[in-house]
Design a protein around this ligand. Structure first.
Ligand SMILES: [Zn+2]
Ligand SMILES: [Zn+2]
Length: 245
């Protein structure tokens, strides 16, 4: 499995970083984990062949994770001229949220006759799924239920496990999310400012000994994290970073 961090930024493009978008290669299969609003730029910049992606999987329905979906679909229809089936997966309500997002972004586009079959898959904590060859299980995160359910995921492939938090404040669910994972990519928005819906580095460090991932990579950083001197034991993600598992 290989993960390329196409977007490591927060919602506001802090530090010139793209919104959250992870390109996951699992054998011959490819999926995107989140597709924030700047993701079409990130995909084009990285030269990602869109028709090679079988699946889009979303953590929650904020614009910086979900907002790139309308442009992805219209690109598939009119530019990439996709014919391959596309799976759109995410928390409960994924189909309704997709149609709502699409209609808001490009009014009238929900009445398109799509050139390719679209399959919606709900992945919930009680309902794991097989997506793009990966065993995917969901964990409930604590972020903003108006944009949820908000979920983190474990993706298992070839005996390796990649775990991703999506957006969350500290929650005990991060412990089973990370347990035995080869890599945990975790949001770390602020350095020491505690927020109700995002994680700060000090809270993460407090629980560090109980987080059972072999490798921890921080992402979705605000200015306070980006500006913090590079003296932290955890790696920090950047746009274009590749993580091999
Ligand atoms: Zn976010
Ligand atoms: Zn969010």
């Amino acid at each position: 499995m290989k993960v390329t961090v196409l977007g490591s930024g927060d919602a506001f493009g802090t530090g010139g970083r793209f919104n959250t978008c992870l390109h996951v290669e699992a054998g011959a299969e490819r999926l995107l984990l989140d597709c924030g609003s700047s993701s079409m730029v990130a995909l084009n910049k990285a030269g990602v062949e869109r028709n090679g992606l079988s699946t889009l999987l979303f953590t929650h329905f904020h614009d910086d994770h979900f907002g790139g979906l309308p442009a992805f679909l219209l690109d598939a229809q009119f530019v990439s001229r996709r014919t391959q089936p596309l799976t759109i997966a995410g928390p409960a309500g994924i189909e309704h949220r997709t149609l709502h997002e699409l209609e808001a972004a490009f009014p009238g586009s929900t009445s398109n006759r799509w050139r390719f079959p679209i399959r919606y898959v709900e992945v919930t904590p009680s309902q794991p799924a097989e997506l793009a060859g990966c065993a995917v299980s969901a964990f409930p995160m604590v972020h903003d239920e108006r944009a949820g359910p908000c979920q983190g995921y474990r993706l298992g492939f070839g005996g390796k496990v990649f775990a991703f938090s999506g957006d969350t404040a500290w929650t005990e669910a991060l412990i089973p999310l990370a347990a035995g994972a080869d890599v945990l990519l975790v949001e770390c928005y602020t350095f020491d400012t505690k927020l109700a819906n995002h994680l700060d580095y000090r809270s993460l460090a407090e629980h560090r000994a109980r987080i059972g991932a072999a490798r921890i990579v921080l992402t979705h950083m605000s200015a306070s994290m980006l500006a913090h001197p590079e003296d932290l034991p955890e790696e920090r993600a950047h746009d274009g970073m590749t993580i091999a598992l």
